[in-house]
Design a protein around this ligand. Structure first.
Ligand code: GDP
Ligand code: MG
Length: 254
């Protein structure tokens, strides 16, 4: 794509043309090409949502979208799944779940089927996040399946990482092995309508207390562990409050 075509496409993205945004993302995805963005980017908060398959990440994203839309914020969602040829069905399920928002012009949802190499995925995701910033969204949510190294890498480029866990779906040791306890800014024990949620929360709290504290600027942030039932939206306000507190700290000290 020529420089001129690039700049034309970018100006359409800037004006809020969603088709142009989708096209530009495809270009980054397919050709590992990034755009020359000269402007100062807006300050959308980028929220990462990660965790093992089935814990309720997409349900959490859906609840977050609902809450943010009630406050009239615009939201872009990137569902990153490097192994999507295999789990294509799962992504399709997500699409259906998120479809409540498909007709809302202030919600943009995109799955990335990037089969990038290690490191490559986070590079292209970063380029796509920059592009979404050009489109001036208030919030960007990145959902990844937190099982592989490249997904953990993707979480390093977001502002606030929410790690979702569910009772009976892996304990603190497993989460730690998957690298999830290194990256979480907030832990959400979802499916707290089921047995064992409190125990899972205690287990994670114990693991966090044994990990080095997160330092933001000169302040330490102890990742909160929340209980929630995202299916009914229970706990979503508290989750959003913690996301906001984390951002406030980043803004002051980042
Ligand atoms: N019991 C219960 N089930 C839930 C809750 N949240 C999500 N689920 C269900 O768990 C399954 C997986 O949810 P999904 O959001 O697709 O998980 P993901 O793979 O992590 O994105 C779905 O059948 C959801 O309906 C919850 O709070 N309680
Ligand atoms: Mg999902």
């Amino acid at each position: 794509m020529s420089q001129l075509d690039q700049q034309l496409l970018l100006s359409r993205v800037r004006e809020g043309d969603r088709q142009a945004l989708a096209k530009a993302i495809t270009i980054i995805e397919s050709f590992a090409q990034s755009f020359n963005i000269s402007e100062t980017l807006t300050t959308a908060q980028v929220i990462g949502v990660t965790g093992a398959p089935g814990v309720g990440k997409s349900t959490t994203v859906d609840a977050l979208i609902k809450l943010l839309r009630q406050k009239n914020f615009s939201v872009a969602v990137l569902a990153v799944d490097p192994s999507s040829p295999i789990s294509g069905g799962a992504l399709l399920g997500d699409r259906i779940r998120l479809s409540n928002h498909f007709t809302d012009p202030k919600v943009f949802i995109r799955s990335l089927a990037t089969r990038g190499h290690l490191g490559g995925l986070s590079v292209s995701t970063k380029a796509i996040l920059d592009l979404i910033q050009v489109a001036k969204f208030d919030y960007i949510i990145v959902e990844t399946v937190g099982v592989g190294q490249s997904e953990v890498e993707v979480m390093r480029i977001v502002d606030t990482v929410v790690v979702v866990l569910a009772p009976g779906m892996g304990d603190g040791i497993q989460a730690s092995k998957a690298g999830l306890l290194e990256i979480g800014d907030i832990y959400l024990i979802n499916k707290s309508d089921r047995d064992g949620a409190k125990e899972t929360a205690q287990d994670i709290e114990r693991s966090i207390s044994m990990s080095p504290a997160k330092i933001i600027g000169e302040v330490s942030w102890i990742p909160p562990v929340l209980l929630g039932t995202m299916q009914s939206g229970k706990g979503i306000d508290e989750l959003m409050e913690k996301i906001a507190s984390h951002r406030e700290l980043l803004n002051k000290n980042g």
